[in-house]
Design a protein around this ligand. Structure first.
Ligand SMILES: [Fe+2]
Length: 406
């Protein structure tokens, strides 16, 4: 049996060449650096991908001493760089197009040779999309269709991801979620080649994350791990990433209560990374299907929505994937028992964690009740809902929404 660097068992290499096998090679970053203070020696890794980088990061990063450390390590390796301050919020189509145009010559050639994104999921997705648009013509919208499939002609520039919050796992996904302000949509710019070439996980960068952000983003990772594990598209490989991620996420309460606990920060960062690999290769489910339109209608943070929905969705799904829910229960509680008991324990453990993190039990939003049929209509036929372990109909989800909104 082979193991890759992520500790995932590899099947016989020959299986790749056998027609009809369900072996699905995972799409993962080429290189993952996991080390406290890794950013201060990042030059030696980044130098393998480019010598003239575009850096996109939030203003608070440029104001920190981490920025001084990064500049020093890049200069030491002779790597030139341009620094762009991210505008904040979710990445929008116009921002990606504007930045890509700024770093292209008059003939359309890129003026840099790699893109580094430093920040939370939004910054990473923006940088990822810019890496794609620097080597392709037209606007990013022309590479996004309603089903999220793209026809990107040229390979993107190498993208290096330095996450600073543990949540979406955008450092390990092959899509960038972009918003169109005028047309009021949120869609994916998706291509396997958008996967980061290199991910640098430096736990010291997460230490200042505010409590609320730690809670919301952590619940996003947890929802992603549980949904990918129970998804109809799960493979043996994605399941193994989820098992590992569920073990790491047990440090979430510690990361929340002790923000400077570096071990807890690194563990939750690994949970987020593994959740990204898992959803990118194995899909999600009803939590993420519903979270997208709820987010569009309410403007609530994605992680908060996931945290509210997760225990409710687990409750209705557990009958339809009992052995998997039981395994989640065993991992999260460390207890053992029959499948039914352990599946119930999984839901109870998630509910209790949500309470600890001060995530409300429901949305307490009457307006959402009225919007339920529309919200369900917007996601019932999507890929995320189709990956849910059981196909409930639109009427079921509309009733479900009423329960979680009041
Ligand atoms: Fe998510």
């Amino acid at each position: 049996m082979w193991y890759n660097i992520y500790g995932v068992k590899k099947r016989d290499r020959a299986a790749k060449n056998v027609r009809g096998t369900n072996f699905m090679p995972l799409v993962v970053p080429q290189e993952v650096i996991i080390k406290k203070y890794a950013l201060s020696e990042a030059g030696k890794h980044i130098g393998r991908y480019g010598k003239n980088c575009l850096i996109i990061a939030g203003g608070h990063f440029y104001a920190s001493e981490d920025w001084d450390f990064l500049k020093a390590t890049l200069s030491l390796r002779g790597i030139a760089f341009d620094a762009e301050e991210y505008i904040g919020g979710e990445p929008v189509v116009d921002y990606v197009d504007g930045l890509a145009a700024e770093y292209k010559s008059k003939r359309g050639a890129p003026l840099v040779d790699c893109v580094i994104g430093i920040g939370g999921g939004s910054v990473l997705d923006a940088a990822k999309a810019v890496s794609g648009m620097l080597t392709n013509g037209g606007g990013v919208e022309s590479y996004i269709d309603a089903k999220g499939k793209t026809v990107m002609t040229n390979a993107p520039l190498p993208f290096i991801a330095v996450p600073t919050t543990a949540g979406t796992g955008a450092e390990a996904t092959k899509n960038a979620v972009l918003k169109h302000v005028g047309k009021k949509y949120k869609r994916s710019f998706r291509d396997e080649r958008l996967m980061a070439k290199c991910v640098i996980i430096d736990a010291s960068l997460y230490a200042g994350t505010p409590k609320e952000v730690t809670a919301y983003s952590g619940m996003d990772s947890l929802a992603q791990l549980i949904e990918a594990f129970t998804s109809k598209r799960a493979t043996k490989e994605t399941e193994e990433f989820c098992r590992q991620g569920l073990r790491h996420i047990q440090y979430l309460a510690a990361a929340y209560s002790e923000g400077d606990n570096i071990l807890a920060r690194e563990e939750t960062a690994l949970a987020a990374y593994k959740s990204g690999v898992a959803i990118s290769n194995g899909g999600v489910g009803a939590v993420h299907a519903l979270a997208s339109p709820i987010g569009a209608h309410t403007g609530l943070p994605h992680g908060l929505i996931c945290g509210i929905l997760l225990p409710h969705v687990m409750e209705v799904n557990k009958e339809h994937a009992l052995p998997k829910y039981a395994e989640i229960g065993r991992i999260l509680t460390g207890d053992n028992g029959d499948d039914r008991h352990m599946a119930d324990s999984a839901v109870a453990a998630v509910r209790s964690l949500a309470e600890t993190l001060k995530i409300p039990a429901t949305f307490r939003n009457e307006r959402l009740v009225g919007l339920a049929p529309q919200i369900v209509g917007e996601c019932i036929d999507g890929g995320s809902m189709r990956s849910n372990p059981h196909d409930f109909d639109a009427g079921f989800w509309a009733k479900f929404m009423t329960g979680v909104c009041i």
